[in-house]
Design a protein around this ligand. Sequence first.
Ligand SMILES: *Cc1c(COP(=O)(O)O)cnc(C)c1O
Length: 229
Amino acid sequence: MSIADNIRSLKNETDTIKVQLIAVSKTKPAEEIKEAYDAGQRLFGENMVQELTDKYENLPKDIKWHFIGHLQTNKVKYIAPIISMIQSVDSLKLLQEIDKHAQKNNRVIDCLLQAYIADEETKYGLGFDQIIELLRSEEYAGLSNVRIRGLMGIATNTDNEKQIKEEFYELKTFFDGIKQTYFRQDPLFDVLSMGMSSDYKIAIEQGSNMVRLGSTIFGQRVIKHWKNN
Ligand SMILES: *Cc1c(COP(=O)(O)O)cnc(C)c1O
């Protein structure tokens, strides 16, 4: 199947159940992104700042770019004017930096807090206790140019479906609790981003409403620089 076919069938599958589809285009060249765009896809995910800003310059301006990788505070300024959502907020310090640059750009930036749910030390993210601490902090209360729209999580990279299911279940339960406690008056806290190519069906069963798919759409990623593809 072509990229366009993949987009059409995945959009069909997700639109009917109100799950948002993020096409993860990291390492993929502009032509392939354009093919997905022409098939109707508008939400794309990237995890490198330079790659994102280059693609932004070269692709249609109605694309909504989501940042999904670990973001260094000193690079926030490059994406602050153009980013639609930062899904990978993993510290208060980063959130403060995003707020600062959002303010400079006279905008409010939508963010997700990245929750650490995997059984792997290599993954970034905040523990559930740290998320609560952040939401209760005075520093967070003082921020005016970031809007926390929900949570994002990456499950353990394993074949053990039971484990993946439990991790997503825990995140969904935590999400519901946080929404009740800290965002009761805020209908915009509504995004639970969980599920990648290998586990998105389990994620949707467990209550995800945003999936981030790369290889299912564009094929396997080969490890070379996107500009030289
Ligand atoms: C790369 C990536 C994805 C997509 O991975 P696939 O397995 O290709 O679907 C999703 N989420 C994050 C955070 C990623 O870095």
